[in-house]
Design a binder for this molecule. Sequence first.
Ligand code: 4AD
Ligand code: MG
Length: 473
Amino acid sequence: MTIKAILSSPAYNTQTTIQGWVRTFRNEQFIAVNDGSCISNLQIVVDANSLNELDSKRVHTGTSIRVTGVLKPSLGKGQVVELIAEKVEILGECNPNEFPIQMKKHSLDFLREKAHLRFRTSTFSAIFRLRHLLSFAIHDYFHKNGFVNIHSPIITGSDAEGAGEMFTVSNFDLENPPRNEDGSINYQEDFFGKHAHLTVSGQLEAELAALALGKVYTFGPTFRAENSNTSRHLAEFWMIEPEVAFNDLNDNMDLAEDFLKHCIRFALENGREDLEFLQEREATEDKQKPIEERQTAPLIERLEFVANNTFERITYTEAIDILLNSNHYKKKKFKYPIEWGIDLQSEHERYLVEKHFKKPVILTNYPAAIKAFYMRTNDDQKTVAAMDILVPGIGEIIGGSQREERYDRLLEKCGQFNIPEESMWWYLETRKFGTCQHAGFGLGFERLVMYVTGMTNIRDVIPFPRTPKNAEF
Ligand code: 4AD
Ligand code: MG
């Protein structure tokens, strides 16, 4: 049986077998075992009959064991049930002098170096159970709302975001690739007959599907070779990209807000124990921090607040005005300059959500020049129908827009952004054949997991993070 099943409804006085890994072994008598099914351990009570002296020397933190015994109400404090062992089998030994995960507190930095074993800690098992729950919540939400899940390709020939941050996919001999007369690499000879990349986004393909299936979403890995070594960027991250035919920017905001709230509520309802554990962990960590860096409210309270309050909606232009009129700006506390047209820095985004509004904010209608080519040009000809959702502690969690559905406008934008028409012919054709208003957005899955777990480094919410100079495991 799993420990989760036992703890949720213990079948007292029946014989039960469990398997798991030892967390602690106290007084030659009590073994705390965890099997990953939930945050709690099961207490095993052993004696010389169930665990002989020789075997008892082999039980350490990390040892895997199988225990058969009878469940009894526990007399000790800290648990309601315990397993009185009849037989303990040692399945896999764990040398305490070599096993790096001990019952003392380890730093997250240390555990990142031991990513193959960090699942064994309570913190990481809680994070990855919540990550699973959120993934399930996402599929649940879209399925219930009539969306079709589209598997967009991972290898692509186009740069959807036009940011030029792509990893090349090739089977050339890198030492000696075929070359053109001018010395450049001849990608026509390559596996795909063109310069191919790992995708930065499944959006363009999702749009093609939405213009037939109506409501679709993708949920897959995306890759960005941006060399930003921050606590919020990965080179490989997972993105959820819904796309809806006939939606405009307002519909898009309504969908994104409702969707985010659903995910948070789902975690609150189904991941309570793990959230409580992480909340306590955060509170302990916070005590070591200077007051201004501490959380303003406990994790669960923050999540409930977001689930139950409407997001603030303002335009980019209004945001610039708020920033320019802030005392923070007047006291020259921003590092980067502020004027209409700038790409907002994370210090600006965080000021808006954490200091000014103190809640999630949807920023709309950004200057066209700082956003992707596919966003719909507004009537002012200066801004596009973009929307970013910013949340406290994270900054941008969602980026999206209403799409440019007018063929001529889109072609013009391709020209302005130096995107060759030949590489986008298929995308452009949807604007020729029954085009319609449509909109969508992308949610960075790891940023959502950070938000829900309260973890502050994105490397701690994905099992094996890929960042500059780091692809171990
Ligand atoms: O804002 P982005 O670049 O938007 C797109 O890719 C659009 N194609 C989405 C769409 O409209 N369908 O990325 C979307 C989100 C960001 O808001 C952020 O949460 C996350 O993806 N993200 C990253 N997460 C981790 N590491 C990175 N390097 C990320 N870059 C973006
Ligand atoms: Mg963005």
